[in-house]
Ligand binder design. Structure first.
Ligand code: ADP
Length: 480
């Protein structure tokens, strides 16, 4: 069986323990054994990153551009293979896996360009004869803790800006999907990164993740994952001495409003895609479908018909629309919430059953609840599975109020042909991202990504806005 080790300070470092990476489409398929690191491994990686930082942060934009561009070229050339690796370990369909691998390549190319576009500002001083310059400098060592649902795109959108702006990195990917991040780190290192600039330490969050957070030589933590873990990390970063900069991307309970005047076909497509594609395992998933009374029954009927036509099967099989749930734990969570929804009095209108396929895997039929009140737990808590709740409302005003009545604020969508309502919704949705006649999930890579309220904390990710987190501003005054 293949064994994948941690990569620290430019070397492969054998770990005492390994963890098996299992294919959720076929639990008999063991992808490989992956290092399960220790606190000592994490500390060694931070020390290597710290040692590499002075030289790396002073490289020319051209040197950093060349490495990121070369890595981008390799990721794009190998997109099919990397997509297969991703779908095999995470369970999203092969087209989704290949698409995500390509996305990682595009992100690397974008941040290669950022190396060259990265400038400062000057201003005249309020004092005579004085000039003021505002420049940005790298933070130092950045710790990254990533989740399982985008195993290559999220590591790419954290690593690429960190490197582009001159930081060094220690990344700990989610324990159940380490192969994609490992492959990305391998590609970047072979593209020419000096040793120690980019290190990967795989293993448990409570061990490796915690050790990265506790290390005083880490200047910032970029985290994507659950609200619970995010809150703990933020508290740790603020209590640390010195304090750490922290960026958190966490949950969502994203609304998709469907108004009476919506194009029904577009609305059904937005809902099917937003709620159920990628097995509903996206923080931007449309888990609340808020539908006005006049279109409610037609929408539910058309969406149900769409769901009946979806193929739920092995992620690597041609023709599969929805792959399995990522693992046993997540499947248990999804089923727990389906039971909670029923107990709360919502109607399980379609699906929600475990499915058997050729190979043993974590297959779940997408579940659509109707008759849901926004106060129910299935409308308030993030499930992170193929489970959506239809909430019937009287009109646009009630739809907007219900859409905003949530502790989260990541992505918010509306399907309407009314310019007035679309414009009002864009202005008044309490979310970091708003979608009009588009699914709440599915974003561009060159513009900011992030949310409000309980969904996010700290500066935005992606696009040029990423520099807010990965750099520190310096204001210099000169008397000429
Ligand atoms: P999910 O439900 O998506 O697994 P988590 O927040 O548990 O969300 O996991 C996201 C990432 O955070 C993973 O890489 C995980 O290993 C890591 N993690 C979990 N617990 C901790 C912790 N106590 N300290 C640091 N990292 C953690």
């Amino acid at each position: 069986m293949s064994v994948f080790q941690n990569f620290i300070g430019g070397e492969t470092v054998a770990a005492a323990n390994v963890s098996r990476n299992i294919n959720p489409s076929n639990t008999g398929d063991v992808i490989g054994e992956f290092a399960s690191g220790t606190k000592a491994d994490a500390d060694r990686a931070v020390a290597a990153a710290k040692a590499a930082f002075p030289a790396w942060s002073r490289t020319t934009p051209q040197e950093r551009y060349d490495i990121l561009k070369k890595a981008s070229d390799e990721v794009l050339a190998r997109r099919e293979e990397l997509g297969r690796i991703l779908s095999r370990e995470e369970g999203k369909t092969l087209p989704e896996g290949i698409g995500e691998a390509a996305r990682a390549g595009q992100i690397l190319a974008f941040f290669a360009g950022e190396c060259l576009r990265f400038g400062g500002e000057t201003m005249p001083s309020v004092r005579p004869g004085v000039g003021v310059e505002m420049t940005r400098e790298a933070l130092g060592v950045i710790g990254m803790i990533t989740p399982w649902n985008f195993p290559i795109a999220i590591p790419a959108w954290k690593i690429a800006p960190a490197l582009a702006y001159g930081n060094c990195v220690v990344i700990k990917p989610a324990e159940i999907v380490p192969h994609s991040a490992w492959a990305l780190v391998d590609i970047l290192n072979r593209a020419g990164l000096p040793k120690g600039v980019l290190n990967i330490v795989m293993g448990k969050g409570s061990v490796v993740g915690q050790a990265i957070i506790d290390n005083p030589d880490v200047a910032g933590i970029s985290f994507t994952g659950s609200v619970q873990t995010g809150r703990r990390i933020a508290a740790n970063c603020v209590a640390a001495s010195p304090m750490k900069k922290v960026q958190l991307e966490m949950g969502g309970k994203n609304p998709l409003v469907v108004l009476d005047d919506a194009d029904l076909k577009i609305a059904v497509e937005c809902a099917a895609n937003g709620a159920f594609f990628s097995t509903g395992q996206r923080c931007t998933a449309s888990s609340r479908l808020i539908v006005t009374a006049g279109i409610h029954d037609a929408f539910v009927a058309a969406l149900t018909e769409r769901l009946q036509g979806l193929v739920i099967d092995d992620a690597l099989k041609a023709g599969t629309h929805i792959g399995p749930v990522v693992d046993e734990n997540q499947l248990a969570t999804d089923e727990k919430y389906i039971a909670i929804g029923r107990d709360e009095g919502a109607k399980l209108h379609w699906g929600g059953e475990r499915l058997n396929r050729e190979n043993p895997g974590f297959y779940l039929q997408p579940a659509l609840f109707t008759g849901v009140a926004n106060s129910m737990r299935i409308a308030r808590e993030e499930i992170f599975g193929p489970v959506a709740a239809v909430i019937r409302v009287a009109n646009y005003d009630e739809a907007l109020a219900v859409a905003n009545d949530t502790e989260f604020g990541l992505s918010s969508g509306i399907c309407t042909t009314s310019l007035k309502h679309a414009t009002h919704f864009k202005r008044n949705a309490e979310a970091g991202m708003v979608m009009v006649n588009l699914a709440t999930a599915g974003v561009d890579y060159h513009v900011p990504f992030g949310g409000r309220k309980g969904s996010s904390y700290g500066p935005r990710e992606q696009g040029s806005y990423a520099r807010e987190f990965y750099t520190s501003v310096k204001t210099s005054y000169t008397l000429a």
